[in-house]
Design a binder for this molecule. Structure first.
Ligand code: HEM
Length: 455
């Protein structure tokens, strides 16, 4: 791109390309197989800005917290989310919230943001505690369970009840759960939408059934609002800036996209945290000691107690550093951008990569080791993480997911002795959220002291 430079014009170059591209396929096989190793090579060869060959568009990787902050600030200006996630539009429909043009995004944000402002937290905590209690009592006294599968069921149950309402979670046929799973599996950046692949066809059929079910619920809630309003009532009764109720189609879209955004992400994060803690008995011991202190004499968790579980919170954060379930975040460059002496051409895909940025040796001591107390000594390290995104598009469900993590892990560690049966869990192969892959079995035995944390 020609740029003015002291009266002279010069040609800024594309970022350098990481080595190892295959003929025709470029870096796609390596990107799908092991993103982190590819990024490590790019970083070793070229530093924080480099290019991969993935399809026809230039694919530029930006590493480290400084460039991540820059990209979050540029989102909805020179960078957009929507075009980079065009493959999801087929499933969700056009103009959906974070996929929409900046102006439309802002309009919908006014509807969605208030729903996440804390007032529902106590009600959500009650749902989480009850669903967790149902889960742990279903386990019985001893046995093994598949961690990703059980977390998946638990999280989906909580999210459906918390976001769509007890009536939805209670009255819908059991197929609704499998429909949500099929719908989520249809979010596939690799298979073109025109390919009649079975998982895409299943996803569209499931989406149509879910749309009908959620639509019915909206009409029922608008006829007979629940009072005080729960999350779904607040969404169904929300009005746009023109004072009109937002359309039923929009409510359906928003509700389904929230379930999508929250389900596999939270499932993966919880499951990785259980694995990390079980692989580090010293950390488990600290978490149990904290439980004894915080939960002494309490049967139920309340918000104040949840906020005091700081050691568990650091464990969740450290897992997010090492196993970010959204390993890369995508943007599309809407105009040529000069950055650190390179040019990102218009139309390029821009990748932020928590999967490597969270492990950069210049930022984190002994970056590959699991060490939750690093945030005690250096609280500023938390600001280098972007597993929940950043800027105006930062994850809206971060606190919800954090609270569900606190409740689930507290109850599991409190009530059971747990051990990993499969010692080296690997991430799922699907390109969406990267939780651990099944089977990842946990052996469990109920502790004798059922009412309080045991030694
Ligand atoms: C551990 C669990 C979760 C992780 C790791 C996670 C991660 C993320 C990330 C990285 C983004 C930003 C994407 C980007 O900038 O491209 C994001 C956005 C978002 N997340 Fe989450 N998320 C989690 C749970 C949830 C939950 C439970 C919900 C809903 C209840 C949710 C709702 C959203 C929404 C609505 C956005 C879009 C925000 C916007 O664009 O304004 N997330 N999430």
């Amino acid at each position: 791109m020609p740029t003015a430079d002291g009266g002279r014009e010069h040609q800024a170059a594309l970022p350098p390309q990481v080595s190892g591209a295959w003929p025709l396929l470029g870096h796609a096989p390596q990107f799908l197989h092991d993103q982190r190793r590819l990024m490590e090579r790019g970083h070793a060869e070229h530093g924080e800005v480099f290019r991969m060959r993935l399809g026809r568009r230039p694919a530029v990787v930006l590493l480290g917290p400084e460039l991540a902050r820059w990209a979050f600030k540029e989102t909805d200006h020179s960078l957009l989310i929507g075009p980079s996630l065009a493959f999801t539009i087929e499933l969700f429909g056009p103009d959906l919230y974070y996929l929409a043009e900046p102006q439309e995004y802002q309009r919908q944000r006014e509807t969605v943001l208030p729903l996440f402002r804390g007032t529902m937290a106590a009600a959500h905590l009650t749902i989480m505690e009850r669903r967790c209690a149902e889960f742990t009592s279903r386990l019985g006294d001893e046995g093994t369970f598949d961690l990703p599968r059980e977390m998946n069921d638990l999280v989906l149950g909580v999210i459906m009840e918390a976001l769509l309402g007890a009536d939805f979670a209670g009255q819908m046929p059991p197929t609704v759960t499998s429909d949500f799973r099929s719908f989520i599996r249809g979010v596939d950046p690799i298979t073109p939408a025109w390919v009649p692949a079975p998982h895409l066809l299943r996803a569209r059929r499931a989406r149509d059934r879910l749309r009908a079910a959620v639509g019915e619920l909206i009409r029922a809630r608008r006829r007979n609002p629940v009072d005080p309003p729960d999350f779904f009532q607040a969404l169904a009764s929300a009005r746009g800036s023109d004072g009109e109720l937002i359309t039923e189609t929009r409510v359906v879209q928003l509700a389904m996209s929230l379930v999508f955004a929250g389900h596999d992400s939270t499932t993966g994060h919880l499951a990785w945290t259980v694995i990390d803690v079980l692989q580090h008995p010293d950390e488990l011991a600290k978490i149990l000691a904290e439980q004894r202190d915080v939960l002494a004499g309490r049967a139920a968790l309340d918000l104040a107690a949840v906020h005091r579980l700081a050691c568990l919170d650091r464990a969740l954060r450290e897992t997010m550093r090492l196993h970010p379930v959204a390993p890369v975040l995508l943007r599309r460059a809407m105009r040529p951008i000069e950055l650190r002496g390179h040019v990102i051409p218009e139309g390029a895909d821009v990748y932020l990569a928590p999967i490597l940025s969270h492990r950069l040796p210049g930022l984190f001591d002994d970056p590959a080791s699991y060490h939750p107390d690093r945030y005690l000594a250096h609280p500023e390290l938390a600001g280098y993480l972007h597993g929940f995104g950043g800027g105006s598009h930062r994850c809206l469900g971060e606190h919800f997911a954090g609270m569900l993590g606190q409740v689930t892990l507290t109850r599991l560690f409190q009530q059971f002795d747990l051990a990993l049966v499969d010692p080296r869990p690997a991430p799922v192969r699907t390109p969406a959220f990267k939780g651990p892959r099944s089977p990842c079995r946990i052996r469990y035995r109920r502790k004798n002291n059922l009412t309080g944390p045991a030694d």
